[in-house]
Design a protein around this ligand. Structure first.
Ligand code: AP5
Ligand code: MG
Length: 218
C-alpha cells in the first residue's frame, strides 16, 4: 500500500504550490487542502465566509487567523485526512497559524515542511501568465495563442484571470508573504522540520526532487 503523508508546502505566490500539490496528492493518494481554493469556493457559493473573504482576497490581504484556523481544523478532522494524511497548500501563513497547526495535528505531526523556493522576478512572470478554470481551479499558462473563449479541458469551465492577479494585489500579496509567511521558514528550520526545494525547472523536474525530499523525510 502507498504510504500516506502529512505535508506543508510553503512558497511565494506563483511558486507552483498548487501545481505541485496536485501531483503530490495523486502520488501519495492524500487530499490536497488549499485554503485559497476553499476560500474561492466560498466566494463562488456566496456563503457568509465567502462574502467576508472576497474583498480581502481581491486586494491581496490575509483572512483572519481565527477564521482560517477553524476552517483547517474542521477539514483535517475529516476521515480522509485522519486516515491518509494531507498536503496543506496556503496554510499556515502566520506564526499563529503554525502554532495552531501543531495543536491540531497532535500526535500525528507533519512529516516535513517544504519551502518551494522561486525568486520574486520569476513568480511575477508566472503569475502574469497564469489563467485558472473558474469552476475546478485547474491552472494554465497563457501563451497568447489560445482560442477564445478559453474552455477548461478538465471540466469545460471558463478559463480566466484570477480575481486577485491584478498588479496591485500581486505586489501586496508578495509583500505580505515577506512580512508574515517568510518568518515561518526560520520557524520550521530551527525545529529541523524544513526542506528547501528549488522551484525553478519544469513542473515534472521539480516534482521529482520534491517527492525524493518527502520520501527521505520519513
Ligand atoms: P492562495 O490561493 O493560497 O494563493 P497564493 O498564496 O497567492 O499562491 P498562488 O496560488 O498565487 O501560487 P501557487 O504557488 O499556488 O502557484 P501556481 O501553482 O498557481 O491564496 C489566495 C488568497 O486567499 C490569499 O491572498 C489570502 O487572501 C487568502 N488566504 C489563503 N490562505 C490563507 C491563510 N492561511 N490565511 C489567511 N488568508 C489566506 O503557479 C503559478 C503559475 O505558474 C501557474 O500559471 C502555473 O501553471 C505556473 N507554474 C507552476 N509551476 C511552474 C514551473 N515549474 N515552471 C513554469 N511555470 C510554472
Ligand atoms: Mg495556489
Amino acid at each position: 500500500m502507498i504510504p500516506g503523508a502529512r505535508l506543508v508546502i510553503l512558497g511565494r505566490q506563483g511558486a507552483g504550490k498548487g501545481t505541485q500539490c496536485v501531483r503530490l496528492s495523486r502520488h501519495y493518494v492524500v487530499p490536497h487542502i488549499s485554503t485559497g481554493d476553499m476560500l474561492r469556493a466560498a466566494v463562488r457559493e456566496q456563503t457568509e465566509l465567502g462574502v467576508l473573504a472576497k474583498d480581502i482576497m481581491d486586494t491581496g490581504g490575509l483572512v483572519g487567523d481565527d477564521i482560517m484556523i477553524g476552517l483547517v481544523a474542521e477539514r483535517l478532522g475529516k476521515a480522509d485526512a485522519l486516515s491518509r494524511g494531507y498536503i496543506l497548500d496556503g496554510f499556515p501563513r502566520t506564526v499563529k497559524q503554525a502554532d495552531a497547526l501543531d495543536d491540531i495535528a497532535g500526535d500525528k505531526p507533519i512529516h516535513v515542511v517544504i519551502d518551494l523556493f522561486v525568486p520574486r522576478e520569476v513568480v511575477l512572470q508566472r503569475i502574469s501568465a497564469r489563467r485558472v478554470c473558474r469552476d475546478c481551479g485547474t491552472n494554465y499558462t497563457a501563451t497568447g495563442a489560445e482560442r477564445q473563449p478559453w474552455i477548461c479541458e478538465v471540466c469545460g469551465g471558463d478559463v480566466m484571470h484570477r480575481d486577485d492577479d491584478t498588479p496591485e494585489a500581486i505586489e501586496h500579496r508578495l509583500d505580505l508573504y515577506e512580512q508574515q509567511t517568510a518568518p515561518l521558514i526560520e520557524y520550521y528550520q530551527s525545529q529541523g522540520r524544513l526542506a528547501v526545494i528549488d522551484g525553478v525547472g519544469t513542473p515534472d523536474a521539480v516534482f521529482r526532487v520534491l517527492a525524493a525530499a518527502v520520501d527521505g523525510s520519513r
